[in-house]
Design a protein around this ligand. Structure first.
Ligand SMILES: Cc1cc2nc3c(=O)[nH]c(=O)nc-3n(C[C@H](O)[C@H](O)[C@H](O)COP(=O)(O)OP(=O)(O)OC[C@H]3O[C@@H](n4cnc5c(N)ncnc54)[C@H](O)[C@@H]3O)c2cc1C
Length: 512
């Protein structure tokens, strides 16, 4: 390999190994490589990107994980920090309408446009007076988003006092830290339909509106106020961009390189050993693999900050029952993002969290990127990603998979105005709990990681440094701030702050 000049002459190039090329891992690679570290990323899979994975089959190109590009300002912030512009890497399209919601046994779907005049009229038509309430709600969400991004999300927490500081105590009530989402939403809207509309984003966080702190109503600022975006070519374009940026700054990205052990010498991380025996020495190790896996499988017991017992007591975010479908004709009742809400909302969440089973009456999400992007399906055909949130840890036999797939498709036919859908499918792949476990070493096959319950948020979420092994750090959805593509880029910045002892709460202005 050709030797590189350090970006900061005079400093020794520290060797950093990052385990896993998920968004957090790639994000950290870009930051540290730009700062002048000698960075090697080792990823177990053939593709980089982690859960933001991709595959192609029969002319269809399927994004396997994320599909909602939300909070563009957070992506912009990351790109600026590494000296880049989003528009030089991604061709972002603002979707209009943003998404469509179908309600079970309930005629007309409802579109959210991320346009306050249209959306207030939509709300008023369902519940008189709800339009004004929506305005008030979204003002609050915007305020919470601003406070969270400027004062909370970009901060590493060490002690309980870091979190319950003056700001939280004085603003706590206003910020709704101490109530649940469902209670908060119910104060604004009485109709079940509108409550569901404001609460569904909790699924993105791997939790339920009955458990999530109301602080997360900031999510509505993202989809209603800022809008929903899509990178033309597919979500995987983001992975290409992050990989290019990391490599441009000198990082080495290695696929097909599973780590079997983190090497520890004199209490300090000293590198990794790959399956097959190759050793890569390092001064620092950052793991982007799921934290349960890193702690319990890559370290000896004495080196584990959080042992198996700890993980068994955590609430994991749901897994998912996913179908990637190639459909031989266009489906005019669908737009890019579509949701179907079950009638019995609470039971649906109970089937995921309390009494784990394949939900009888599931809520589900259908992404049809081919509505916006001709490159993801052959001409005249539709590319569908169908996702039903289900409990992590569920064991599902092959026969159950097929019969559940058929049930979900039948539901889509009747409830999403898709008659004859099953006969139009020319490609189908089912992807579920065991696949997440095998592909990403995820605990109990969770799709998203640790749920964002109150007890697993901020100071209560596992920290991004090992307590037992010096120079071992963590990045990704399992640590702060948590789940989500742009949120994992913040976690990369938090790892950077941690390593450099930067204690500030606000986003970094530069890497100096
Ligand atoms: C189906 C689905 C839909 C989603 N939808 C959205 C969305 O629309 N919008 C959004 O913002 N977010 C979405 N998310 C969440 C978002 O994708 C994740 O939070 C984020 O991508 C996780 O990134 P991460 O940094 O935690 O790394 P991960 O993606 O978890 O990657 C970790 C990497 O570590 C690797 N690894 C594990 N063990 C080893 C080992 N021993 N050696 C080497 N490498 C190893 C894994 O293979 C993996 O590549 C979705 C997630 C899923 C699964």
């Amino acid at each position: 390999m050709q030797a590189r000049e350090p970006a900061f002459p005079g400093q020794n190039m520290k060797k950093l190994v990052i385990i896993g090329a998920g968004i957090g891992g790639l994000g950290a690679a870009g930051l540290f490589a730009r700062k002048g570290y000698d960075v090697t990323v080792v990823e177990k899979n053939a593709n980089l990107g982690g859960r933001a994975n991709i595959f192609s089959e029969q002319g269809f190109k399927f994004d396997m994980g994320p599909s909602w590009y939300l909070a563009p300002d957070i992506f912009e912030h990351y790109f600026n920090l590494v000296g880049e512009k989003v528009e030089d890497h991604l061709d972002l399209v603002k979707l209009g309408p943003s998404y469509r919601i179908f309600f079970r046994n309930n005629g007309d779907p409802l579109d959210i446009n991320s346009n306050i005049d249209i959306d207030t009229a939509t709300f008023d038509a369902i519940e008189p007076g709800a339009g004004d309430k929506l305005r008030a709600y979204l003002k609050q969400s915007e305020y919470q988003y601003e406070v969270a991004t400027q004062h909370f999300m970009f901060k590493n927490y060490d002690t309980i006092f870091d979190f319950f500081n003056k700001r939280v105590m004085t603003e706590g009530q206003k910020l709704s830290v101490f109530s649940t989402m469902h209670k908060f939403v119910s104060k604004f809207f009485t109709s079940k339909k509108l409550q569901q509309v404001m609460e569904y984003t909790m699924v993105f966080l791997g939790t339920s509106p009955y458990e999530a702190p109301a602080l997360y109503n900031l999510m509505s600022h993202m989809d209603f106020n800022q809008g929903v975006f899509y990178p033309q070519g597919g979500f995987y374009e983001l992975i290409r961009a992050l990989s290019n940026i990391a490599e441009k700054n000198g990082a080495t990205l290695r696929a097909n390189s599973p780590v079997e052990k983190i090497l520890v010498r004199d209490g300090k991380a000293a590198g990794v050993r790959l399956e097959g025996g190759e050793v890569i020495d390092a001064d620092l190790v950052i793991s982007n693999a799921d934290m349960w896996f890193t702690e319990t499988q890559l370290l000896d017991i004495a080196q584990q900050t959080h042992k198996e017992k700890y993980w068994q007591k955590r609430t994991m975010a749901p897994s998912a029952f996913i179908m990637y479908l190639g459909v031989r004709e266009k489906l005019p009742s669908l737009i890019h993002h579509n949701l179907l809400f079950s009638e019995d909302w609470r039971k649906n969440f109970d089937d995921i969290y309390k009494d784990p089973r394949l939900p009888d009456e599931p809520s589900l999400y259908v992404c049809a990127p081919s509505v916006t992007d001709p490159s993801v399906a052959p001409e005249g055909k539709e590319n569908l990603f169908v996702l039903v949130p289900i409990a992590s840890g569920l064991e599902i036999s092959e026969a159950e998979k097929d019969s559940y797939a058929d049930r979900v498709l039948a539901l889509m036919e009747t409830e999403m105005n898709l008659p004859g859908l099953r006969e139009k499918i020319e490609y189908k792949r089912i992807y579920t709990v065991a696949d997440f476990g095998a592909d990403y070493n995820s605990f109990k096959g969770t799709a998203l990681g640790l749920a964002h319950t109150l007890r697993q948020t901020a100071i209560f979420r596992p920290k991004n440094r090992s307590k037992k092994v010096e120079n071992l750090f963590y990045v990704g959805a399992g640590t702060n701030p948590g789940i989500g593509t742009q949120i994992c880029l913040i976690s990369a910045e938090l790892a950077y702050k941690r390593v450099h002892g930067i204690k500030s709460a606000e986003p970094l202005r530069s890497l100096d």
